[in-house]
Design a protein around this ligand. Structure first.
Ligand SMILES: NC(=O)c1ccc[n+]([C@@H]2O[C@H](COP(=O)([O-])OP(=O)(O)OC[C@H]3O[C@@H](n4cnc5c(N)ncnc54)[C@H](O)[C@@H]3O)[C@@H](O)[C@H]2O)c1
Length: 702
């Protein structure tokens, strides 16, 4: 067995090195290795100081997340960190890369800390619905002021070494080799005769203002981290740090942590952690299938999406050629890209030289021949089949053999588009979300003839531009928009029944959606959905109430924020304001259409919208449009503002219980419009069997 923790000597300084690639996660074998090392070092009297460091690109960047479900195998974190803190000779943590979670807790339990200039320190446990459980909440506020400690943990954002130095967490900065730097610092300690400086013996910094600070944070968290338990648990643990002696504080932290780890919030967030890695595994695809390299990209259309997608590649350092039909469109597109970058420069998140460099990577042209050497071309012109076909025929004529051709269509049949080329196997759907340079999600649509290596290329290019690529098959709306359709249908129907837009959006937002769907429509433009529904009229149900509110707003030109009113009115700061005229217009229309005035309550609104969405998700699974339930969860949490702490719609369904959901759908079939409330066969089957989407996905072995 390879030793993941080793001891080497530099004269009288012992160096304990953790070597557990890729990020030196503090798995069981690392804990066991650290225990062995510190037990051994305790017995040696030839040692004056100890340096702990990580091999490779980082210090210890977190825990082994699998252990939260399987249970922590001994030795536990406290035992190991206790041994480090107890050491009779001084212990120096030498941090490069990142010290995160359990790794940060090693640094906190060490007596001194030195950091490479580029190192970062963080306790991002809340992103997993838990709190630092190995003393982090008790030790950090003894090293940096309580307020900064609360901020670091609540934000989950790692802080740069310079800031850590300023706050007192870091004792010295290192420019060159981190271990050498650690040894040099340890030598100085020895020369000075400095002994251990145990964090647990220090007083909490800023304890005198703790009551006011923690009370204010509680109020803040209730607003900004709604429905979540772990931030409150964190504040309780910090309260314990302030009020209890260290040993009792540690016990309080453990008790809080033990409650949070198995709770739904943490299970949901762990589920997503693994789901976001699972999306890249495509059943039946051999590991031998390699992606085609993407080093030069072409984009067709310099509009909203084309511009955003170009930025994604320029940000990744990939040269982009944008083709549009007119010079004016190109000029407009380039100006928008520059403006977006300038905004980042103004915010301080981008340097002026980076802006110039990225702009240089983007070449506008009217000439398709300029795409001759592109590895990947993404079409993002108007949503029009004839136009897209025309463009694909042009691309077929100019692209080199083996170039991948993507389309950003939201609604059109990709098989039909691919069929106009002589190389349908090179065509794939690449469905970006707006704003494309910001949104994390990329739906990758595998058409009937998409070649396996083209699919792998799509997954790889998603990673290249730091997006999460989720594979779907061809159908109207793919995964995301298809499930959005029944969700929004119910939201709109509630308006005809007498609910107000604030009640509907409020119910969805209090559930945890980033934004209620009516406000989303106002933001995106109420005409977007309306126009696609017009095109698909022949396929839609013969129901005068179907999306009727949306139609009425369109008829009046109330298209949302861009026209100053839609489901709401908007002031000059784009703040939404209730509009009694719309409310009355809609419920009167409901009355005219014979809709029962039932004024659905909060719970009913939530159940109708979400269960309609989940039911559609079950159909997508049955039809093989989505590969697994967890892929749907990734689509919804990364692209549609579904609350991560609920794990995504399908995970959420499992936590409610499929039987409960199915029964409620059957009840809606009796009390609402029956044609919309047919339980999906898969949902019904799993509900009857007392099973879950997770079990079903796992049982298929992929
Ligand atoms: N806007 C969104 O939120 C969104 C989200 C996902 C997908 N999409 C899809 O992305 C595509 C583009 O949408 P958009 O919102 O960027 O549209 P847009 O109107 O902002 O941009 C379309 C661009 O295509 C150009 N164009 C038109 N004909 C052309 C031709 N023959 N050759 C080259 N360029 C041509 C236009 O000049 C324009 O610059 C559509 O298929 C749309 O369905 C849009």
């Amino acid at each position: 067995m390879v030793e993941v923790v080793s001891i080497s000597m530099s004269n009288e300084i012992a160096v304990v090195t953790i070597d557990n690639p890729p990020v030196n996660a503090m798995a069981q074998d690392v804990r066991a290795g650290l225990k062995r090392a510190f037990v051994e070092l305790r017995t040696r009297n030839d040692i004056k100081a100890i340096v702990i460091g990580g091999k490779g690109r980082t210090f210890v960047a977190g825990a082994d997340i699998k252990e939260f479900d399987s249970g922590i195998a001994p030795p536990g974190y406290h035992e190991v960190l206790g041994l480090i803190e107890d050491s009779a000779c001084p212990v120096v943590a030498a941090v490069h890369g990142t010290a995160l979670g359990g790794g940060m807790e090693i640094a906190l339990a060490s007596h001194y800390r030195v950091a490479h200039e580029a190192a970062r320190f963080g306790l991002p446990e809340l992103t997993l619905g838990i709190i630092p459980g190995a003393g982090g909440t008790q030790r950090l506020p003894r090293l940096i002021p309580l307020e900064a400690a609360v901020e670091l943990m609540l934000s989950s954002k790692p802080m740069p070494a310079a800031k850590a130095r300023e706050l007192g967490l870091v004792d010295a900065m290192v420019t060159g080799d981190i271990i050498e730097g650690g040894i040099a610092f340890a030598r100085e300690l020895v020369a000075r005769g400095a002994g251990p400086r145990r964090t647990r013996d220090l007083a909490v910094r800023g304890a005198e203002n703790a009551a006011v600070l923690l009370a204010a944070k509680r109020v803040q968290v209730a607003k900004t981290m709604r429905n979540r338990q772990s931030p409150l648990g964190l504040l309780d643990a910090l309260q314990a740090a302030v009020t209890l002696p260290f040993a009792q504080g540690l016990k309080a932290e453990s008790a809080i942590s033990e409650k949070l780890v198995p709770a739904t919030e943490a299970r949901a967030l762990r589920h997503l952690f693994f789901a976001e890695r699972e999306v890249r595994k495509i059943p039946g695809l051999s590991a031998d299938v390699k992606p085609r390299p993407v080093t030069r990209v072409g984009i067709i259309g310099a509009g909203t999406m084309g511009g955003g997608i170009s930025m994604c590649y320029a940000n990744a350092g990939v040269p982009v050629t944008i083709v549009d039909a007119t010079q004016a469109a190109l000029d407009r597109g380039m100006a928008t890209i520059r403006k977006n970058y300038e905004r980042s420069v103004a915010r301080g998140s981008l340097k002026q030289e980076q802006l110039e460099h990225r702009m240089q990577l983007v070449t506008p042209t009217l000439d398709y021949a300029a795409l001759g050497n592109a590895d990947l071309v993404i079409e993002a012109v108007f949503e029009n089949m004839a136009l897209k076909k025309d463009i694909f025929a042009k691309l077929d004529a100019v692209l080199r053999k083996g170039a991948v051709i993507g389309t950003n269509t939201s609604t059109l049949d990709i098989d039909e588009i691919a069929a106009v080329t002589t190389r349908p196997e090179d065509v794939v759907g690449l469905h970006f979300f707006s704003p494309a340079n910001v949104m994390q999600l990329l739906e990758i649509v595998q058409a009937k003839r998409t070649a396996p290596d083209v699919l792998v290329t799509a997954l790889e290019t998603a990673k290249q531009i730091k997006k999460i690529g989720v594979v779907a098959k061809v159908c109207y709306g793919f995964i995301g928009n298809r499930m959005m359709d029944p969700y929004a249908r119910e939201a709109e129907h509630c308006l005809l029944e007498g609910a107000t837009p604030e009640q509907v959006d409020g119910a969805l937002e209090r559930f945890g959606m980033a934004m209620g769907i009516l406000a989303v429509f106002d933001l995106a433009g109420v005409d977007i959905g309306y126009l696609t529904r017009l095109e698909r009229k022949h396929l839609l149900p013969d129901d005068p109430t179907f999306y009727r509110p949306d139609t009425m707003l369109n008829e009046r030109g109330w298209l949302g924020q861009k026209t100053g009113r839609g489901f709401y009115r908007y002031d000059s700061a784009r703040k939404r304001i209730p509009d009694p005229e719309v409310v009355e217009m809609l419920w009167k229309e409901g009355k005219r259409l014979g809709v029962e005035r039932r004024q659905p309550g909060e719970k009913e609104i939530q159940e109708r919208c979400l269960y309609a969405m989940i039911n559609e998700g079950a159909r997508l699974l049955d039809e093989g449009i989505a590969l697994r339930a967890s892929d749907i969860d990734v689509v919804y949490t990364s692209g549609y503002g579904f609350p991560r702490y609920r794990g995504g719609p399908m995970f959420y369904a499992d936590t409610v219980g499929l039987k409960t959901i199915c029964e409620r759908i059957l009840e809606f079939r009796r009390t609402l419009d029956a044609r919309y409330w047919e339980p999906a066969p898969l949902l019904e089957k799993l509900a009857l069997a007392g099973s879950s989407f997770a079990a079903w996905s796992a049982g298929r072995g992929d």
